[in-house]
Design a protein. Structure first.
Length: 60
């Protein structure tokens, strides 16, 4: 990919796409631990385990 032939707008579009992908990957890496932590605290505080489930349409 020849960046030197791109307009500023094209470069900005690529940069935004890269940043968006990095953010998506970071969420994928961080969310499972966040869910485990929240679920643990929820259960320790007396929450109902039956209330912990995947949202409709999610695949187990």
């Amino acid at each position: 990919m020849a960046f030197d032939n791109m307009t500023d707008e094209q470069l900005a579009d690529h940069l935004n796409a890269v940043i968006g992908e990095q953010e998506r990957r970071a969420r994928l890496a961080a969310v499972p631990a966040q869910i485990r932590d929240l679920a643990t605290r929820y259960l320790e505080d007396g929450g109902d385990p039956a209330e912990l489930s995947l949202p409709d349409g999610a695949h187990a």
